[in-house]
Each structure stands twice: as C-alpha cells, then as structure tokens.
Ligand binder design. Sequence first.
Ligand SMILES: Cc1cc2nc3c(=O)[nH]c(=O)nc-3n(C[C@H](O)[C@H](O)[C@H](O)COP(=O)(O)OP(=O)(O)OC[C@H]3O[C@@H](n4cnc5c(N)ncnc54)[C@H](O)[C@@H]3O)c2cc1C
Length: 329
Amino acid sequence: MAGLCAAARARELGAKPVVLEKGSRPGGSMLLSSCVVWRYQAFEDFRAECPGGDEQLQRAVFDGFDEALEWLVSLGPEVVWEDTPNPRTTGKRFDPRDLTETLARAAGDVRTGQHLGTVTETVPVVLATGGFAVRYAHEHGLLVRCNPWSEGDGLDFALKQGATTAGDLDEFYGRAMPAPPARIGAEDYVRLSQLWDGEARFLNENGDEFFQGPPAWHESDLAQAIARQPGGTAWFAVPADFRDDPRVVGLREAGGTVFEEDGELRLHVAAAVTHTQGGIEIGPDARVAGVDGLFAAGADVGGVSTGGYSSGLAAALVLGRIAAEAALK
Ligand SMILES: Cc1cc2nc3c(=O)[nH]c(=O)nc-3n(C[C@H](O)[C@H](O)[C@H](O)COP(=O)(O)OP(=O)(O)OC[C@H]3O[C@@H](n4cnc5c(N)ncnc54)[C@H](O)[C@@H]3O)c2cc1C
C-alpha cells in the first residue's frame, strides 16, 4: 500500500514516479487484508498502546491520518464502513480489490515482476517493500500470513547504504491460525483467524498453560506468545458448545486438528506472521536516517507500533504520502 500511495501522491504533485513491484500483482498485503484503515481516537491512547514507538513518528502518523484518509476517499475507492465499530478507533473500511485498483490507477506506472535491484538512475527512492515477515516466519519456523514477497529487501537495501534500525526487530503483528496439516491459502487469512478473546485457555505442546488471558484486543500479544512456545504451536481449549462455530468448522474443513476432551474442544493452532514491527529508522518526514535521497514507508519502517499494535495500513498511507512530498522537495 505505501508504495502505491507514495506514487499516487507524487503523480498528483506533477512527478512521473515508477512503482517497481516484485510480485506478480500490485497491492501487497493490502489486497489480502480486512482493509480497515484506522487510528486511535486519542493520541494518548496510541502512545499507551504502543509505548515503545518513536513519539515523533507516531505524531506524524496520527496528525496526518485524517487528511490522508480524506485524500484516499477522494480517489474514489469503494468504502465498506464509514467508521470503525471500535469506539477507541476511527477510520474506514475499504474493499481491498477496489482500493488496489484505484491506487494502481492513480500511481500510473506500476511495473510488476521488477524489484529494487533494477533501480539504476540516481533518483529519490521510497522503500516500501512491506517489511520482512516472510523471512522472519521462515527463520523462526512460523506460518506466513501476508503477501509472499515481503522478504526484507527494503531493509537490506537501506542497511547497505548505512541506515539504522528502529523498533524491535523481533516483534511482529500476527494471528493464531490453524496449524498444519491444515492447508491455508491467502483467501483464508481473515476467515480462519483463530480470534477467541477471553473464551479460550491456551496450552502449549507440553500441556502447560503458557498465556494468562485475556489477550489484548488485537490478540497480537497472543500470537507472539505462541511463537515462543515449542514448535510455534499451541492448543486452544474452548467449551464444547462451540463445535458448530465457524472458527471451529473452518479449522476442521481446512484439515486442521480438533478433538474433544473433558467437555472442551482442543483446537491446534500455529503463530502466523502478518508483518514485522521493527525496521528502518526514519524521521517524521520519512527520510531514512543518515542516507540522502532515500525514504521509507509502511512496514519497512520501524518504531511506529512498537510494543503493541496500530493500523499498518494507516502507517502505509500516511508515511507513503509524506515520503512522496519529501522526495519531491
Ligand atoms: C489478512 C490480513 C488482514 C489485515 N488487516 C488489516 C486491517 O484491517 N487494517 C490494517 O491496518 N492492516 C491490516 N493488515 C496489515 C496490512 O495489510 C499491512 O500492514 C500493510 O499492507 C503494510 O503496507 P506496506 O505497503 O508496508 O506493505 P504491502 O501492502 O504488503 O506492500 C508491500 C509491497 O512490496 C512488494 N515488494 C516486496 N519486496 C520487493 C522488492 N524487493 N522490490 C519491489 N517490490 C517489493 C510486495 O510484493 C508488496 O506488493 C492485514 C494484513 C493481512 C495479511
């Protein structure tokens, strides 16, 4: 999302940007997402939820959000929700396919199957490769729950130019998903998420309760706790009355493991990585610290949501626009 937003904004300002997209299609993880673009209602809440983040960067995302969202709506994508149902947040939900098509049209020159290595001219570059979720998942034996191309190319590129990192490189935003042998496709990432709030007990492979719920409202803390258990897997114990619940039926239909014991259902889940939270250090104008002509936005950037969770789409939208504006200066 960040790259498309940066290019759309740059084109609007009179430049001729090119989006190099490594994948076979534009839209990255945005296309697979629930597509709720949001911010906390109050900045203090953002700080309290993501206490390890860079306050100036968080300010930039928070303060730039309303105007950026208005701009996004003005491009004409289908709006599915006019506001979020969560009273602590505000924003909009879009149709991800329509939003991708709208942004790709506004960005103009989007070249798929191309990547950073193909940049030869000396031009400002906005890194927006979506972080390193795929690499992180593979290195830690976890499931991938994002586009398959976000392998850390932006971070590697920036580090080679002398950039520094921000945030915790070991922190990710993720979900509990049905564990193998369940077969999960990208179209299942939202539908088969195992979000049980306070209704489950959480046991590891040794039968120990490793997480005293309830999880945080985004449940990313639980996903990270599962990732630290043997095998990166866990068993959710929920009341047997839930046997016809869509979360249980979906897990079973995908080929996952469910069994009943002592009046409880046991669901086998695995930690899945949606995006990494640490990344490239930038200033509030999206300039990569210490590297001239280089900018970064979205999940390539560290220090926005450190210690908690905030909208990855919002960071991509706001920082993508800021990066374009700064690059054109
Ligand atoms: C199932 C799911 C549900 C989600 N729901 C929400 C939600 O409701 N709200 C929310 O805020 N967030 C949500 N997210 C997270 C959100 O999608 C991401 O935070 C957001 O897409 C990050 O934006 P980005 O531009 O950094 O990365 P992406 O949107 O993933 O875009 C990165 C792009 O870079 C490309 N790329 C990678 N490497 C290279 C390279 N070397 N050269 C060129 N291109 C490259 C990738 O192919 C991709 O197209 C969800 C994610 C998933 C998977």
